[in-house]
Design a protein around this ligand. Structure first.
Ligand code: HEC
Length: 134
């Protein structure tokens, strides 16, 4: 599917390991992505083609976005406390699956408040840049 190819291409530019992880993820996620898109809201295929010349800052831009939209669940005591996104190390460790999930509009889940357009762009840009600690 086109989206999988786009993700694989973008991700291949920063790490082969993540490329492999994503390739597996994308095919298994395909069905839920398309069933999701029939439920009313659309998912933009807006994966950045390349890392912008100034990557978003983890500390200033990314951490607040994750805090607003991800750690309500991905933190101790949250709905998905087995996959933490509470600090740089955990966000970095989850960069491949997170890129896939955000791009496919699977995270945040449909029963949670959606990412703002600005935060979606911040997170996608940062992930395509390889999730720098900046
Ligand atoms: C309302 C709760 C909630 C919010 C908010 C949320 N998640 Fe999740 N997330 C879950 C649950 C529950 C799972 C496990 C089940 C699933 O995959 O749907 C999960 C799974 C994941 C996975 C693993 C998916 C896989 O199978 O590879 C990733 C990566 C992820 N979330 C990233 C994020 C990111 C990044 C955000 C913020 C943009 C976010 N999540 C926001 C509840 C949430």
């Amino acid at each position: 599917m086109t989206r999988g190819v786009a993700i694989a291409r973008a991700v291949a530019t920063f790490t082969g390991a993540v490329f492999l992880a994503l390739a597996g993820c994308t095919s298994s996620d395909g069905s839920s992505t398309s069933s999701g898109s029939t439920s009313g809201s659309t998912c933009l295929d807006d994966l950045p083609g390349a890392c912008p010349s100034t990557p978003p800052s983890y500390a200033k831009d990314v951490a607040p976005a994750i805090q607003a939209s991800c750690t309500p669940c991905h933190a101790p005591g949250g709905r998905e406390s087995s996959r933490l996104l509470t600090d740089y190390a955990s966000a970095f460790a989850n960069r491949g699956p997170s890129l896939n999930q955000i791009h496919a509009c699977r995270m945040p889940p449909r029963d949670a408040p959606p990412l703002s357009d600005a935060n979606r762009k911040i997170l996608l840009d940062w992930l395509v840049c390889g999730a720098p600690n900046n």
